[in-house]
Design a protein around this ligand. Structure first.
Ligand code: NAD
Length: 509
């Protein structure tokens, strides 16, 4: 089921530069279904190969959980919820457990980062500096919040007392994607558990390993067994079973819009469980004619599409630029792109790693062909890279002369491909920005305060950045309009998704 060593039991040497390849050779990730605080094989006994996109190596044989495992996990989570040793525990005590959990994530930073990088291909430097610390900070923030939130007394008048309280939903299912496996999981785990729910987590079949490690650490931190179960497996089996389950009270989903629609259907056809969706995007990054620091805007634009290999829901994938600035901006973007040539993800100097798997790589390459076929000009990149590594790498790619009607301007590519579209005036920029089924993020670069505010209001998106891209803080809600989803991750607003409001009326006369 799993190797002798947990990921965090592999030797750590802090005195010399880490040889991540050597560490990778001894890593034995957990790979079973995690129910009731222990790992076990899938009920069917089936496994699937977890393949590293770095070199095509099988890094684990992971239990292929399905409906039978989901049944067991939900029953365990339900029993834990009814037992009350988490759901009815004082918030300050839940806080202490979750703070220990955050500390354990930090203590096992290197093993978790290595697992994340091997599993989904992102650079080890990013896993160490971003994915593990952000996940730990997220758990800590909700832990600290939970004993500082007060319920309400409604202003009903002298003859009654009406209490408005928040209660946990009960058993929450979470289905998450592969692009930030730990962080996307943490955005659900933290508010779900802090609020007193039980959780069944279904990680992506493309990146199941760190979720399993996180759950084991949560139990080590003192979370009662059964409160947090993990069922690795495929979407159409384990994910569907969770979303259809009659004893799951809410489902928190992050993934594609197409799957989000299925999840809503499953909820509607089963028990009308609470659904929250964080879905895809095709976000416009708009540079107005008055913005003069071309280098700064271009550098931000490059990172907005090339960071994490472009596998970001909020990626600034449509570069919507005033026609007068286009050439200068693209020249600067090309300079940054050259610094971001794909490299070995296990080298701490690498900035651009591997695409998550061969299927996603082919999908991205297919979009590059579609861009060319539709008449856009390939200005940079466009090729597979590091092919002799056996891994899945794609050069940073920039298209110029993109029309809003082209597929590369309309569909989420989820790879390092930038589509450049020009405009002549503000009205046209807004029209292009809003010409999409999505509404996750957008950016406006301008020196004019009124332009910034006017455009921020006019753009239909959940998050608008002005003179920056991907500004990030756990205190600020994250989520989108339209088919980018419903509900918000991060901030106190995330509790809305995972709690019920209960009113209690007391007659006083
Ligand atoms: P995906 O929709 O293919 O899969 C997401 C999860 O859903 C996986 O765990 C998968 O196994 C599961 N799933 C697939 N089919 C299912 C089904 N029929 N029933 C139940 N579960 C099913 O998405 P992905 O390729 O893993 O992730 C990329 C997508 O995620 C992109 O669209 C991206 O924009 C989106 N995303 C959104 C946010 C956000 O906060 N808005 C954040 C990260 C990623």
């Amino acid at each position: 089921m799993h190797g002798a060593l947990a990921p965090w039991e592999t030797p750590v040497n802090t005195t010399v530069k880490t040889d991540w390849h050597a560490r990778a050779a001894t890593l034995a990730p957990r790979s079973g279904v995690f129910i009731e605080g222990r790992f076990r094989p899938a009920a069917s006994g089936a496994t699937f190969d977890c393949i590293s996109p770095i070199d095509g190596r099988v890094i684990a044989k992971v239990a292929a959980g399905d409906a039978a495992d989901v049944d067991l996990a939900v029953a365990s989570s339900r029993a834990a919820f009814e037992r009350g040793d988490w759901s009815r525990r004082a918030p300050r005590e839940r806080k202490q457990v979750l703070l220990r959990f955050a500390d354990l994530l930090r203590a096992h930073r290197e093993e978790l980062a290595l697992t994340e990088t091997l599993d989904m291909g992102k650079p080890i430097g990013d896993s160490l500096a971003v994915d593990v610390p952000s996940s730990a900070n997220c758990i800590q923030w909700y832990a600290e919040a939970i004993d500082k939130i007060y319920d309400e007394v409604a202003p009903t008048g002298p003859n009654s007392l009406a209490l408005v309280r928040r209660e946990p939903l009960g058993v929450v299912g979470a289905v998450v994607p592969w692009n930030f496996p730990m962080i996307m999981a943490a955005w659900k785990i933290a508010p779900v558990l802090a609020a007193g729910n039980s959780l069944v987590l279904k990680p992506s079949e493309k990146s199941p390993l760190t979720a399993l490690a996180m759950a084991e650490l949560a139990v080590e931190a003192g979370l009662p067994p059964g409160v947090f179960n993990v069922v690795p497996g495929f979407g159409h089996t384990a994910g569907k079973a969770l979303a259809e389950h009659m004893d799951v009270d809410g489902i928190g989903f992050t993934g594609s819009t197409a799957t989000g629609k299925l999840i809503m259907g499953y909820a509607a056809q089963s028990n009308l469980k609470r659904v929250s969706l964080e879905c895809g995007g095709k976000s416009p990054n708009i540079v107005m004619a008055d913005y003069r620091d071309v280098e700064r805007a271009a550098r931000a634009a490059a990172y907005a599409i090339f960071f994490n290999q472009g596998e970001m829901c909020s990626a600034g994938s449509r570069f919507v630029v005033h026609e007068s600035l286009k050439d200068a901006l693209l020249e600067e973007v090309a300079k940054v792109a050259r610094e971001l040539a794909p490299g070995d993800p296990l080298d701490e100097a690498t900035k651009l790693g591997a695409i998550v798997d061969a299927q996603q790589m082919q999908r991205v390459l297919g979009y590059i062909e579609a861009g060319k076929a539709d008449g856009a000009r390939l200005a940079l990149g466009g090729q597979r890279a590091r092919g002799d590594s056996g891994g899945c790498f794609i050069e940073p790619t920039v298209f110029d002369g993109v029309k809003p009607s082209m597929r590369i301007a309309r569909e989420e590519i989820f790879g390092p491909v930038l589509s450049t579209i020009t405009f002549r005036d503000e009205a046209e920029a807004i029209a292009i920005a809003n010409d999409t089924q999505y509404g996750l993020a957008a950016a406006v670069w301008t020196r004019d305060l009124s332009t910034a505010h006017r455009m921020a209001r006019a753009i239909r998106a959940g998050m608008v950045y002005v003179n920056c891209y991907d500004a990030d803080d756990i205190t600020v809600p994250f989520g989108g309009f339209r088919q980018s989803g419903m509900g918000r991750d991060k901030s106190l607003h995330a509790f809305d998704k995972f709690t019920e409001l209960k009113t209690t009326w007391i007659a006083l006369s």
